[in-house]
Design a protein around this ligand. Structure first.
Ligand code: HEC
Length: 189
């Protein structure tokens, strides 16, 4: 066996150590991912609802603008993971999908087209880190900020949003659409 062959075989062997998770591990990451994304979502949506009540749309958008990312980061730090909300149509360019996330978003879109129900999934990334992805669907209450202009989304709301997010792509959604995903990266098992 020449050196190249040996090197190739050796690297395949190394790579194969971490190319899959057992069903039990996958299930455990799904559960953890579910708990983390739900509690982060609840924290975001609870504060958003309070802001809407106290200060209306202006305050709610200000909240999303200044607090959504730090709040998500705080949750990430407390769980010792990386967490992100991302989408094919982002409002904040800082939430743009990575290559892996874009693949998942397109898979979810394709499943919707085929009528396959969306489920959270766990995949190992190139570095062997488990990643959890869960669909985020559009609900009725999201439409005042993510709906169609001049329908659920008023001109006034749109201009407040555009003043903070000149590159906003996240409008025109309908109830039940895929708004995006939760993406959680765990460290290597
Ligand atoms: C008061 C207005 C408002 C409402 C209501 C609202 N959003 Fe948003 N949403 C925003 C703003 C502003 C951002 C940008 C946050 C940031 O800077 O990270 C955003 C960002 C997002 C993102 C991150 C990806 C991106 O586009 O940057 C997702 C996912 C999202 N919203 C989903 C939802 C869902 C699902 C609902 C309903 C349950 C909802 N939003 C309700 C204003 C709103």
């Amino acid at each position: 066996m020449n050196q190249l062959m040996f090197f190739l075989l050796f690297s395949m062997l190394l790579a194969s150590c971490n190319t899959s998770l057992s069903d039990k591990e996958t299930q455990a990451y799904k559960e953890k991912g579910g708990i983390i994304s739900k509690s982060t979502g609840a924290e975001l949506s609870g504060t958003l609802t309070n802001k809407m009540k106290s200060g209306g749309l202006v305050e709610a958008v200000e909240f999303c603008n200044t607090a959504a990312l730090p709040l998500t980061q705080k949750m990430a730090d407390s769980f010792g993971i990386e967490i992100k909300r991302t989408s094919l149509k982002t409002r904040n360019p800082l939430n743009k999908p990575s290559e892996n996330e874009e693949i998942i978003l397109r898979e979810f879109e394709a499943n919707i087209e085929k009528g396959i129900p969306l489920e959270p999934i766990v995949r190992l990334d190139q570095h062997g880190n488990p990643n959890y992805y869960a669909p985020v669907l559009v609900e009725k209450k999201c439409l005042i900020c993510h709906g169609t202009l001049d329908q659920e989304l008023s001109r006034a709301a749109d201009s407040i949003i555009k003043s903070h997010y000149p590159n906003d792509l996240a409008t025109g959604f309908k109830e039940g659409d895929l708004r995006g995903i939760w993406s959680i990266a765990f460290s290597k098992p």
